[in-house]
Design a protein around this ligand. Structure first.
Ligand SMILES: [Zn+2]
Length: 77
């Protein structure tokens, strides 16, 4: 049984139910990494509790205005 996943990016309504074929990526729980992801999502770390599980759908990788993904597996700013 797979938990339903929702995209945490503002304005994006993807979820594993709505878009079963989309890939979802988990935001890391490690503080510094998490900050970078949230910045890239235009969200503030204070919007979420430190331990909440957040997912981002594949739409936000390699596209978009403030979301960049580098080939070596990390975000570039
Ligand atoms: Zn999304």
């Amino acid at each position: 049984m797979v938990n339903r996943r929702y995209c945490a990016v503002p304005g994006c309504r993807s979820s594993s139910k709505r878009s079963p074929f989309k890939a979802f990526f988990s935001v890391p729980l490690e503080i510094e990494e998490r900050k970078k992801w949230l910045q890239a999502m235009c969200r503030s770390p204070s919007d979420f509790s430190d331990k909440s599980h957040l997912d981002i759908c594949e739409d936000h990788f390699n596209v978009g205005t403030c979301f960049l993904y580098s080939h070596n597996g990390g975000f570039e700013f």
